[in-house]
Design a protein around this ligand. Structure first.
Ligand SMILES: [Zn+2]
Length: 67
C-alpha cells in the first residue's frame, strides 16, 4: 500500500497517509477537518530496493527535425 504526503490547504497541516490511490482523494485534514487536501511532491527515494534484473536499454531515438 503506497503512502502519500498530503498538506491541508486550509491550515497548512502536513501529514502522511497509507491508503489506496482512490482513498487518497477522500482524505480530510485531521486537524481542521478541511477537505482541501493537496498532495505534496517530495523527493522520493526510488533506489534502495534489491537488485533488479531489468536492462535499461532505452532506444536512442533522436527527434526528427521540425519541419
Ligand atoms: Zn487543516
Amino acid at each position: 500500500m503506497p503512502s502519500y504526503d498530503l498538506v491541508c490547504q486550509s491550515c497548512g497541516h502536513k501529514f502522511s497517509i497509507f491508503c489506496t490511490i482512490s482513498q487518497k482523494d477522500q482524505q480530510s485534514c485531521p486537524i481542521c477537518g478541511g477537505d482541501q487536501i493537496k498532495q505534496r511532491f517530495t523527493t522520493v527515494n526510488v533506489m534502495g530496493s534489491s537488485g533488479d534484473k531489468g536492462s535499461q536499454g532505452a532506444p536512442n531515438s533522436a527527434p526528427r527535425g521540425f519541419g
